[in-house]
Design a protein around this ligand. Structure first.
Ligand code: ADP
Ligand code: MG
Length: 629
């Protein structure tokens, strides 16, 4: 029953907005459902707040909830809430003007965006007026909690609206959207159901669709940690992470200052990228007061944390922010920093509290942290603490942290050493670890192709340089290592100094195509020879990957182009080398074959490429000679 009806003009800005909404918005109409639900939730929240102190509330017995009812025949979408409602003045003001702060800049942004790309507009939250995206006529029937009479507001969005008194209304607001012909899908249950689930799953009041509650999963991230059971966390994870198992780790944290943050992050049990599904999408979504703003957000965490699932909610964020604007929003950048740091700290704590579990995490998701070190300078140091590797002092299959390494370092040791190899056995059988074993210096084993890049990018840890043990100028190999060993070792037939020089000069000539220099080794204990890198920057392992990469891209490696030339170090205590010097004088041709073979063997131990056919043929020639004798 309506009585007197008054007609009003929309404020000029509102007209502009409505004009854009009605004439330009087709693509992202779904958001009107989100906007109306969010307004209803706001009104309910205000009601809940008032009723804490006010006992004299109109219709105080009504449960706080949102109902959406669809009439697919008449093409009507209706949303009802039992919230705070609006008085006549509020109705006229709130739905006739754009009064809320920032809306004018928003409007000019919107107009700008509309000029450039119409489809962009839908990404802005347009508030209540979004109802006109789908409705040719919108009716708002509302009654305030203050017991004043109810009213109906009606508009077709074309410049004017009417307000008339309406008797018999309950507290709260009912918005009736009479749908345009081409928007009739918003009277279909499955369509509306999916929109609610996408955007409004976590609204803190029940949302009923044709009488059934749709949002059954609670936004537990806003609650106090102590009140949430493990089961609730697990169920929530399964919902947001689309997972079948419980998470490996979870982190729930809140902050009020400097930013209001509620974050609930999960580490899954599996890494889906290794199952051949390709790169996974980011798994954390961004909310503002339980309403979705950016699903699977690319902005809220760095890319290398894309394996995380969960939600970040900040009420400091404006709901009506475009996805484009999120990207360079300073607030989002701050959120990202706080959350990333907090998560890395959390991992550190987990690693301390339960190293074995962390070992499992590391083997599943370590690859992402390595990606972080090589791609994200900002968090490199923090991630450095989380890296794990096997070492000469770890048990096989167990790993240590760089911090563990530093604790065990010799007092006069300046650097952290590592060496790459395909596996533990191969590394330990190779020539690079000899000096380390002899001097009881721990050496890290890097067994993944990417590892040397990671340590190279990291550069140092707690002030100690990270050094690949195949560097030519390794500082732990000292001059007196050579002398000391020879002293008292009568069996070794030592070469005279000039013989040594002659041998190295000769070998250098023989190997001229592939090596930069042949030098007397200070580091070798048993092996006859070793390949080392005069270019301290790149380890052989890094070079191997780059070469493979070039090959994949069809670039043919020319001699000398596969990176810098290496040095060959020879061990003057090794009988083979000593005999080679003598052989060279007797039978230079055969000595040349031996020298080439020593070189190829050392290259293989370094994991570098040799001409395999040639090597095998040469090897047979050498063997034939051995059996002849
Ligand atoms: P915003 O929600 O950002 O304030 P809207 O355009 O969505 O902007 O809504 C404008 C105003 O209309 C709200 O601030 C509120 O005062 C009022 N309003 C809208 N929907 C409701 C509702 N369901 N119940 C009570 N007030 C409402
Ligand atoms: Mg709103």
């Amino acid at each position: 029953m309506t009585t007197e009806t008054n007609t009003y003009e929309f404020q000029a800005e509102t007209k502009k907005l409505l004009d854009i909404v009605i004439n330009s918005l087709y693509t992202e109409r779904d958001v009107f459902v989100r906007e109306l639900i969010s307004n209803a939730a706001d009104a309910l929240e205000k009601m809940r707040h008032e009723s804490i102190t006010e006992t004299d509330v109109f219709d105080g017995h009504l449960p706080l909830e949102i109902s959406i009812d669809l009439d697919s025949e008449k093409k009507i979408f209706t949303i009802t809430d039992t919230g705070i409602g609006m008085t006549r003045d509020e109705l006229e003001h709130n739905l006739g003007t754009i009064a809320h702060s920032g809306s004018n800049t928003f409007l000019s942004d919107l107009a700008e965006a509309a000029k450039k790309d119409v489809s962009l507009i839908g990404q802005f939250g347009v508030g209540f007026y979004a109802a006109f995206m789908a409705g040719h006529t919108v009716r708002v029937q509302t009654r305030s909690w203050d017991k004043s009479e109810g009213h109906e507001w009606v508009s077709d969005g074309s410049g004017t609206f009417t307000i008339s008194e309406m008797k018999g209304l309950r507290r709260g607001t009912k918005i009736i959207v009479e749908l345009k012909d081409d928007a009739s899908e918003y009277a279909e249950k499955f369509k509306v159901d999916s929109i609610i689930k996408q955007y409004s799953s976590f609204v803190s009041f029940p949302v009923k669709l044709d009488g059934e509650v749709v949002n059954t999963v609670k936004a537990i991230w806003t609650r106090n940690k102590n009140e949430i059971t493990a089961e609730e966390y697990n169920d929530f994870y399964k919902f947001v992470g689309n997972a079948a198992t419980d998470p490996m780790y979870q982190l729930h944290f809140s902050a009020d200052a400097p930013l209001a943050i509620n974050a609930l992050l999960f580490v899954p049990t599996e890494n889906f990228e290794v199952f051949g599904f390709g790169r996974v999408d980011p798994g954390v979504s961004l909310y503002c007061q339980r309403i979705l703003i950016d699903q699977h957000s690319e902005n809220i965490l760095p890319e290398w944390l894309r394996f995380l699932k969960g939600v970040v909610d900040s009420e400091d964020l404006p709901l009506n922010i475009s996805r484009q604007a999120l990207q360079d929003n300073a607030l989002v950048a701050k959120l990202r920093k706080v959350i990333t740091k907090r998560f890395l700290k959390h991992l550190n704590e987990e690693a301390k509290n339960d190293p074995e579990k962390y070992e499992k995490f590391w083997s599943t998701f370590g690859i992402y942290l390595k990606e972080g070190v090589t791609s994200d300078y900002e968090y490199q140091k923090e991630i450095g603490k989380l890296l794990r590797f096997e070492s000469s002092k770890s048990d096989a299959g167990k790993s240590i942290s760089l911090a563990d390494y530093i604790l065990r370092m010799n007092p006069d040791q300046e650097e952290i050493y590592y060496i790459n190899g395909p596996n533990r056995a191969a590394i330990e059988a190779g020539p690079y670890v000899e000096m380390f074993t002899k001097k009881d210096i721990e050496i890290i084993y890097t067994m993944e192709p990417i590892d040397d890049f990671v340590l190279n990018h990291l550069g140092e840890f707690e002030g100690k340089k990270l050094v690949s043990a195949d560097r030519a100028d390794l500082s732990i190999a000292k001059d007196d290592d050579v002398e000391k060993d020879d002293a008292g070792d009568d069996d070794t037939k030592k070469l005279a100094d000039d013989e040594v020089t002659q041998l190295t000069e000769w070998m250098k000539k023989v190997l001229e195509k592939t090596v930069a220099d042949v030098i007397v080794s200070k580091r070798l204990v048993d092996s006859p020879a070793v390949i080392v890198n005069p270019d301290g920057y790149m380890s052989s392992s890094m070079e191997r990957i780059l070469a493979a990469n070039r090959k994949e891209k069809g670039v043919v490696d020319m001699p000398g182009m596969g990176g810098s030339k290496k040095n060959l170090e020879i061990n003057m205590k090794n009988p083979l080398i000593v005999q080679l010097a003598r052989l060279q004088k007797k039978d230079e041709k055969f000595a040349t074959e031996v020298a080439l073979q020593i070189h190829d063997n050392a290259m293989l131990q370094a994991g570098l490429l040799v001409d395999q056919l040639e090597m095998v043929e040469r090897n047979y020639r050498i063997l034939s000679r051995v059996v002849e004798e």
